[in-house]
Every structure is written in C-alpha cells, then in structure tokens.
Design a protein around this ligand. Structure first.
Ligand code: ARG
Ligand code: ZN
Length: 854
C-alpha cells in the first residue's frame, strides 16, 4: 500500500503517557505496556495500534480484561467509548530471531533496540507515528550476570535485585517523545565516563558504553561529544536538557547511528578508534556522527517530524549542522570539498536515476528506503542555500525562532521555511520548489567580452531535467556566488557577488572590465547544481592557480581533469599536459596546506567520470583515468618522490597538520605507483610494514591491492592475520579488495563471498564487500554480467535476513539506462529476477520495481 503525503490526518487518539515493563530474555522477552490514551477531536473511531507480527497475550481497558479487541492486518483495534482510558497490553517477542535489526534484537550477546522509523511496533502495540508524543517510564528486568547493565531513555530512577539472579532498573524520560526515539540496552558493558557542564550550570554525566575490550578505543568519541555539546551552545544557542547522556556501541547495526533521547545507539564503527585500527578518515567520521546524533537532540528530538515525508526537516538540517561542526574542527575548505565529493558520488546519481525523489517526497511504499542521500545531503544543501540567502545573522534568528516556536512539537518542512521567511523578511515562495522538485538543475554559463568597450556579458540559463513522475519542471532559485578574474593579470576584476538566478535565462552585465575575464562561478558550491560552462583548459588551469576561493580552485582542477578524462574515454587519447602542469603549479604553491593540496591533486573517481558520458563505457573510463594517472605520475615523478620523503613523520599524532601530511604522502605514493616506478611495490610494502597507524598502513595496502606488485599477496595476508579478531578492520580488508581497480576484481569478490569471515548477517560486513563492489564501476560492470548476477544473488539472500540493508545495496543495478544495450539488458534481467522472487520484502520490491520502470 502506497503512503501519500497528502493523506496526512491528525491522529484519532493521543497517548500522553506510557509505562513499559520489559522482562528481558534473548529467546523470549515479555513486554507489558500501559498506555494512557485520549481521544483527539470529535469522532467515534476505535483505538488503532500498530503491531508487527505479535499477538497480544492480554488486553485490558481501565483495569478490566476485554475480549472485543481484534487484529486487522497487523493492527490491534480496541473499540472504546468515552474520551480517556488506560489501555494495557502484553506481548512476547523473540530478540534472538530478529535478523532485520529493527525493534528489539541481540548483538554480540547484548540486547538493544532500533525503532526509527517503524521499529517500535515490533516491540509493542502502539500508534507508531512521529506526531504522537508521550512521556515514557520504562522498567527493565533481566538476568544480572548476563546483563549487568540496563539502560533506557532519560534519567535513571531506581534499581534493585530480584530473586533468581535477576535485577531491575527504572528509567524516566521527562520529555514527551515519539516512539521512534525509544531505546533500551541490556548487556555486559564497560563505560568510559565524562562530564559536561552546560552554560547554565547543569552537570551532565556522559557515558560511552562498549565491550570491556573496546574501552581503550572510546576516548576520541567522548572527546568529540564534549566538543559537540560546546559547539551547539556557541553556534546555535542549544543546551543539553537531561542529567545523563549515554552512547552505546553495537556491532550489528543497519546504518550509522541513532539519536534516541539520552541514549544514542551507534554502529561501533562510528565509536571505536585507536591509531592502530582506525584511519584519519574513520576518526573524522566518528566525530561527525557523534556530533550529528548529539545535534538531533534539538533538531529531531525537541522538535520532531510530523510525518515521515518531513524526514529532511530533521536530517537535512542536522547534516548541515554536523558539517558546520566538522568545518570548525580543521580546514573548512577541505570539509566542503569532501562533502561535495560525497554529494556527487551518491546524490547526483540518485537524482539522475530511477529512484530520484524530492527532498520532501510525495509517496513511499517503505519509508526505510527514503533514508537517502537526497533527504540527508541534498536536504543539507537546501538549508545551506537558505543560510546563504539570509546571511548569518538572519539565519541564526530564524533557527532560534524555529526551535522556540516548535519546541515539544512535531513540525513540517514548511514550518521551517516559514521561520526563515519570518525572521528575515524574505520571500522564499519560489525557493520552496527545492523541496518539491527532484533532479539536479543544470546551469549553463558563458561570458562574452567586448575588448574595446570593457563590457562583459554573462549569460546564465537553468534547466531541471525530468525525473520519474515529474516530466515538467519550474525554474528554481539558484544562489550562485561568482567573481571575475583577469586572464592577463590574474587580478580579481569584481567583488564576489551573490546572484539569485530565478528565471530560465538571465543576462548580467559588468562594465569597465578592462581585460578578458575568467569566470569563477558556484564558489564554495553555493548551490547543488551542475555548471556547464565553455571555459577552456587554459582558463581552468588559470583558476586552479589563482582563484581566491579554495573550493573554486579545487573545482577548476576537477573540471580540467574531468574534461581530460572524458576526452580520453571518447577519443582514446587526450592531451594530458594542461593537467600535469596545473598539478605542478599546485605542488609548488607554498601557501597551500597539505590536506588541501591532496584533495586538489586527486583524480575524480571512475564513476564520476562515467556520469559525464552519454553512455558509460567502464573500460574506456578506466583506461582514460589510468592514462592520466600515469602521465601525472611520470611527468612529476621527481616531485612525488621528493614529497614522499619530506612528508615522512615522527610518531603518530592526530592533528590537522599530521593528518594533512599523511594524506598528501598517500597521494604521492599513489602517483609513484601510477608512474610504474619499479621501486613502487617495495616502497609501499615498506610503508605498510613500518606504519605506526592505520592511515599509512591502509593507504599502502590500497596501492598494493590495486596493482600487480610482487608484494601484493603478502600485504593482504599480513593484514588479515594481524587483524583477524577485529571485525571493523577485517571490513577494511574486504572493502579494499572489493574496490580494487584490477581486472580480476569481480572474480576475487565472488571468492571472498565464500570466505569463512564473510557473513550477510552483519551489515558492516555485507556493505564492506557487496556495497563496495557495487560502487566499483569497472568491476561491477564487467561485460560478461557476472557482477550483476552476483549482486542479485547476494541481495536475494540478504533480503531474507535483513530487507533494509538489502534494499540499500540495490541502486547500482538500477542504473541500466546509463549503459550500453548489452549491459543494460543483463541488468534489467537481474532486476526482473529479483522482483519475481517469492516472499520478497517490500523494501527490496520497491527499489527493484522502481528501478525497472524509471
Ligand atoms: N536518524 C538516524 C540518523 O540519521 C538514522 C536512522 C535511519 N533509519 C532507517 N530506517 N534507515 O542519525
Ligand atoms: Zn540523522
């Protein structure tokens, strides 16, 4: 049954208070729920509670057992006269058999929950929708030796022992919350404790809970939490509101983490880190996700979503907030580059394919399928554009107004935009199309200069491509930061301007432009659009050296590299010299920091090059990219060797400077290998063995894994043996091989799927092999179609265990329109095989069937 945004109706019954009593056991857990229900408005509808699979053992109304309840579909329907009642139910659930990892489940011998979006109904009967806010009192009881720690939302109230080796604890959350924010954890856990004193003097007890053996890997997460709490006070005026804030790490988790009130539950990969097992990239990811979940306490929990069509209200805004946090920890320019790279790798293809949907979707079959790059990352870009249009002061006034006005309520995207308008006096009516129209706008930009007259004319045009269900589009409001530079002198010819392009085509005239202007546009990536300009290789090289906006410098270099590889893929040859000399300019620029240099000199991924072609030819893209890599490697080999040597560091430190050096040294090693330097294998292997940190070890292993080096197998074996007891590091071992650019990767991945350490039951492991393989354009699109068959086989198997994670891994198969007839036919055949599988989940069905249509 399709759910439609326009079908929203306020709930018939409210549940201001709920008391839950859990008799916990991995095999059979008994859940008793006591709901205080109140009729909402004048109607005579019965009380309808969502459930999933369970049958109630008992139903009582106002203390009396009743038997006129019924199950309709999966709902429990209780006929009720009057306006206020106490409804009690008892159910049994089986955490041990919960392989979907939604609701109450077991992970590593502990019990934990995941309720967003619709997991609470798998725990107890309840109106499981985000606009029902309840105060929760939760009592947990369990075997004391197996589950010495009992946690739930809010503050601890009391605890004690029970006969038979059991014990109990009670928790109370004073803040009314929707059911998707409910959480409990029972387990054998150790804690890293800290405190944070809020600006008004509340002392908050912080705890990071993990297996005892993992305790030494929790300091970074705890530190990031304290930084996040301080940052949200300083930047958004948001203070924490309970006496405790707990985070629990679990190994089996469907996504990154979950912002349950006062009790965040995390995928352990976003908590655990030490230099020997986590890369700099992992460290950054941990800080970002800890911040993200913490920031949800205001953008998500205190103000939640009215319905799931409003998901980006909390997710887009919270991603924007965590991006701001991360930008403030180190280089803002590098952070912006990373975010845009991520947007282009995941969201642009989504927006251009069969699963394209607006930031505020209109309908869904399974809401879990809408936790997408569009909702999260494009959603964050929408907030960023509004912040740009309003300016910092008005934007802050608008978020203050939003938090103040909607505190304690379930709000909509429209409410947020209204606050932006009210606080700034701006009219955002046309801007709202960003919420309703899918597809990445394409901006055409060309500039004409009359040498004598000094007049420059900039012509801008916009076009939003058709997407499934949206054949016609209206023009959007596109905020474009731009500036002109003089081609001869390199000087800026204008100030930076913010142009709000809101027509299909516009012309902007600049007077007194005394030399030929070079256009710097969409600076800082001010809008999530594709700019098509006719700038020459020389102009792009010029901007990559002279633009004063770091993002624009990166962007010019990327465009130059992209144009070169596209030419190479189409024509078989390309002129590599402009790229090589632009890279040399970057290498010689003493003012640039290491991390930024590394970002600028890295080639765009094969899949992004493929995205630029009318029909993707994966082998041609691979050849063109390798050819350019070789040219950069060979042409500048002395510089790479020199850089590699001078960037050698003393003992490991996690500082922006040391991180930048590691990153740049990794790039240098990659180019030395690309040059075909006969010593490259030995050099990489030496780094692999000598490294005192995972960043250097992994970057060396990646270089070896992508090539034909004699040291390749040895490095992979050493790595495997050294880390075979650490699941998160083993994931890297699988992932590095699945991402390999070698020609035999499809076959290797099939073998790895039969490796004793491979399992579909753990989502991280499944993603490390199958997800990485789907992202490997060359290997996945092997012409014989084995990659397609492999992915379909794996998804069908995974769907029986964990539909959500299976559905998340499907999109690479849906890109059949982008490939030649031969590949496209094979991809469609696999999608059809998936759709025809008996007993398919609606998660996978929705993704596969939409992928066939769109
Ligand atoms: N709200 C969580 C976060 O963004 C993610 C929950 C994902 N839920 C899902 N059904 N995919 O931090
Ligand atoms: Zn989130």
């Amino acid at each position: 049954p399709v759910v439609r945004r326009t079908d929203y109706r306020p709930p018939a019954w409210l549940v201001p208070d709920i008391a839950l009593d859990f008799d916990l056991d991995p095999a059979t857990t008994r859940v008793a729920a006591r709901l205080e229900v109140r009729r909402n408005g004048g109607h005579d509808a019965p009380l309808r509670l969502d459930g999933a699979g369970q049958t109630p053992l008992a139903v009582r109304v106002d203390g009396q057992a009743i038997n006129d309840w019924r199950i309709e579909g999966e709902d429990l329907v209780v006929p009720l006269g009057g306006d206020a009642h106490v409804v009690e139910t008892e159910v049994e659930i089986e955490p041990d058999r919960n392989t979907q990892l939604m609701g109450l489940y077991a992970s590593g011998g502990n019990l934990c929950t995941q309720c967003e979006a619709e997991g609470f109904r798998r725990i107890t009967f309840f109106p499981d929708r985000p606009d029902i806010l309840s105060r929760y009192v939760v009592r947990l009881s369990a075997d004391k030796s197996r589950f010495p720690v009992l946690l739930a939302n809010g503050d601890p109230v009391a605890s004690g022992d029970l006969p038979g080796g059991r014990h109990w604890a009670e928790w109370r959350d004073p803040f009314p919350k929707p059911s998707y924010l409910f959480a409990l954890v029972a387990g054998d856990l150790a804690v890293n404790r800290g405190t944070f004193t809020t600006r008004s003097g509340r002392e908050v007890q912080l705890g990071i809970w993990v297996r005892a053996a993992d305790l030494p890997r929790t300091d970074h997460a705890l530190h990031a939490l304290k930084l996040s709490m301080a940052w949200d006070e300083r930047v958004y005026g948001r203070e924490y509101d309970l006496d405790v804030f707990n985070i629990v790490a679990v190994d089996d988790f469907n996504f990154g983490a979950m912002e349950n009130k006062g009790l965040n539950i995390f995928n352990s990969r976003y908590i655990l880190a030490d230099p020997d097992t986590a890369t700099d990239y992992d460290y950054d990811g941990i800080a970002a996700v800890v911040a993200h979940e913490y920031f949800h306490n205001w953008s998500g929990n205190r103000v939640t979503c009215r319905d799931w069509f409003q998901l980006s209200l909390k997710e887009g805004f919270t991603v924007y907030r965590d991006q701001g946090f991360s930008a403030d920890q180190g280089s803002a320019a590098v952070k912006r580059i990373e975010d845009v790279r991520g947007l282009r790798a995941a969201q642009f293809p989504e927006d251009a394919g069969p699963l394209a949907h607006p930031v505020r979707p209109d309908e869904y079959l399974e809401i879990s399928n809408f936790y997408t790059a569009t909702i999260y990352n494009k959603g964050a870009e929408l907030i960023r554009m509004m912040a740009t249009i309003l300016g910092p002061q008005a934007f802050r006034a608008a978020t203050d107004l939003y938090f103040d006005r909607f505190d304690g309520t379930a709000a909509t995207c429209e409410d947020f935009v209204l606050c932006m308008e009210e606080a700034s006096g701006r009219d955002l009516s046309q801007f709202r199309r960003w919420y309703s129209q899918a597809g990445t706008p394409r901006i055409a930009a060309s500039i004409e200069h009359q040498p004598g007259g000094g007049r420059a004319t900039l012509r801008l045009g916009q076009h939003v491509p058709a997407t499934p269900g949206q054949p016609e589009k209206q023009p959007m409001v596109i905020p474009l930061r731009l500036r002109l530079f003089g081609a001869e002198t390199g000087r800026p010819l204008t100030d930076e301007q913010l142009v709000l392009l809101d027509q299909p085509a516009e012309t902007i005239v600049f007077e007194a432009i005394t030399e030929r202007p070079v256009l710097s546009i969409n600076r800082g990536f001010s809008a999530p659009v594709i700019v098509e300009s006719d700038r020459s290789a020389a102009d792009l090289a010029f901007l990559s050296a002279h633009d004063d906006d770091p993002f624009a410098r990166y962007e010019a270099m990327q465009q130059l590299m992209l144009d070169t590889m596209v030419a190479g893929a189409i024509e078989g040859v390309a002129d590599h010299r402009p790229v090589v000399s632009a890279v040399l300019n970057t290498l010689e620029d003493a003012e640039l920091d290491y991390a930024f240099m590394a970002e600028v000199m890295l080639l765009p991924a094969e899949s992004f090059v493929g995205d630029q072609l009318a029909v993707v030819d994966p082998e041609a893209v691979h050849r063109a990219r390798e050819a350019l890599r070789r040219a950069i490697g060979r042409g500048l080999l002395d510089s790479w060797r020199h850089l590699y040597d001078v960037l050698q560091q003393g003992p490991y430190a996690y500082t922006p400077e040391a991180k930048g050096k590691r990153r740049l040294r990794g790039v240098a090693l990659g180019y030395i290998a690309a040059a075909g330097d006969p010593e490259a294998g030995a050099l990489a292997f030496r780094q692999f063995e000598a490294a005192d940190n995972m960043t250097d070890r992994q970057s060396a292993m990646t270089v070896l894994a992508n090539g034909d080096f004699a040291e390749r197998e040895a490095a992979l074996d050493i790595f495997y043996n050294r880390y075979s007891d650490n699941g998160l590091v083993l994931d890297k071992w699988f992932q590095t091989q699945a991402l390999s650019t070698r020609g035999d990767t499809a076959a290797v991945v099939e073998t790895l799927a039969a490796h004793p350490d491979f399992t579909l039951a753990n989502p991280n492991r499944a993603r490390s092999l199958i997800g990485a393989f789907g992202a490997n354009q060359r290997a996945f699109h092997a012409a014989d179609g084995r990659g397609y068959r492999f992915l379909a086989d794996q998804l069908i198997a995974l769907d029986r265990l964990n539909p959500q994670t299976a559905a998340k891994l499907l999109p690479p198969l849906g890109r059949w329109r982008r490939f030649d007839e031969h590949r496209g036919t094979q991809m469609r055949a696999e999608l059809e095989r998936i759709v025809a599988t008996p007993g398919l989940s609606k998660d996978l069905f929705e993704q596969a069937s939409k992928s066939l249509e769109g």
